[in-house]
Design a protein around this ligand. Structure first.
Ligand SMILES: Cc1ncc(C[n+]2csc(CCOP(=O)(O)OP(=O)(O)O)c2C)c(N)n1
Ligand SMILES: [Mg+2]
Length: 330
């Protein structure tokens, strides 16, 4: 075996493959959405894959996450099965939520994915509740609230920071700061920094290059280990880039051409791919990873397209816990 083969960076290759699953899945969604096969809006996280994939490396199956409206990466990185994911996004009865949730409500309790969420900042309080349950029930588990920079302007997010700190909950606040909140740059939305806000709530804060998946892995591993030991909540701020519009179909007229032109240099897949080549992998091996991922995504899309549409009669199923009436009595 050659020296370069002995030094093959297998962990980085696995991270690359996981980011590629998210990227290729969202690229498939672009076409499906354009063809009218995806009901509702979709918000793509292309360019932001290093954050969910990197943070998820520090989590176990027992850990829980709450996501955002831009949640495909969180869902797939937490381990949602691809076929059930696509079926859900296409509104099919074989979807993980029987086609009733779609992109902004996709969830899978089996892998601790508590749901994407169209309400900005809401994931922070859902993860907070999950962290409180972990602590109260003595579980060895951590909750993660993923949120964008736009959530900093939401009162619920501030309340979640306070309560997490006060109750010393096992909760990681993971910010994906892509510099945009819908069509407004962050500095037109927020009058303070996340670092100062965390400090005000007596929560440790760490910043990281959110396009460097290895840096995210290293920070998340260290911070989550501390949370698991009972140190209480922490905040990480991952600087990243939103490559596409706020929603799919957004022409981004409000964004300077010069900003869009430099996005490629920050692409987490490009950064990881170049690092793999430097570390001894060859292009054919990277192409092999891509071919395998593309085949998996294509198979999941094909199965989802063939599946039956969601059952309208089941729309109100699972709204109430079995045994409870709408008045709450058993
Ligand atoms: C409570 C609430 N207010 C406003 C909106 C409208 N809205 C949808 S996404 C968004 C911006 C979110 O920005 P950010 O949190 O940075 O996430 P990003 O889209 O950049 O991933 C806003 C204001 C909403 N969905 N919920
Ligand atoms: Mg943002």
């Amino acid at each position: 075996m050659s020296n370069s083969r002995q030094n093959r960076p297998t962990e980085l290759a696995a991270l690359y493959a996981d980011m590629l699953v998210v990227r290729r899945s969202e690229e498939a969604l672009i076409g499906l959405f354009a063809d009218g096969e995806v009901p509702g809006f979709i918000h793509l996280g292309i360019g932001q894959e290093a954050v969910p994939v990197g943070v998820m490396r520090a989590l176990t199956a027992a850990d829980t996450i709450a996501s955002t409206h831009r949640g495909h990466g969180h869902a797939l990185a937490k381990g949602l099965p691809l076929e059930g994911f696509f079926a859900e996004l296409l509104g099919k009865s074989t979807g993980l939520c029987q086609g009733r949730g779609g992109s902004m409500h996709v969830a899978d309790m089996a892998v601790g994915m508590l749901g994407a969420n169209g309400i900005v900042g809401a994931g922070s309080s859902i993860a907070l509740g999950s962290a409180l349950a972990h602590k109260t029930l003595g579980r060895d588990a951590v909750a993660v609230a993923f949120f964008g920079d736009g959530a900093l302007a939401e009162g619920l997010f501030h309340e979640s920071l306070n309560m997490a700190s006060l109750l010393k909950l096992p909760l990681l606040f993971a910010c994906e700061n892509n510099g945009w909140s819908e069509f407004s740059p962050t500095d037109r939305q927020v009058a303070f920094t996340l670092a100062k806000l965390a400090e005000a709530h007596a929560i440790p804060y760490h910043a990281v290059d959110g396009n460097d998946v290895e840096a995210v892995v290293a920070l998340a591993a260290k911070v989550v280990a501390g949370i698991r030991k009972g140190k209480g909540p922490a905040v990480i701020e991952c600087a990243t880039k939103r490559v596409r519009g706020h929603f799919e179909g957004d022409a981004q007229k409000y964004r300077a051409e010069s900003e869009i032109a430099q996005l490629d240099g920050h692409d987490p897949l490009r950064i990881a791919g170049e690092r793999l080549l430097k570390a001894g992998m060859d292009q054919a091996e990277l192409d092999g990873i891509a071919a395998e991922v593309e085949a998996r995504v294509a198979a999941a899309v094909a199965a989802a397209r063939k599946a039956p549409a969601a059952d309208f009669a089941a729309a109100s199923r699972d709204v109430y816990t079995p045994g409870l009436t709408s008045a709450g009595a058993a």
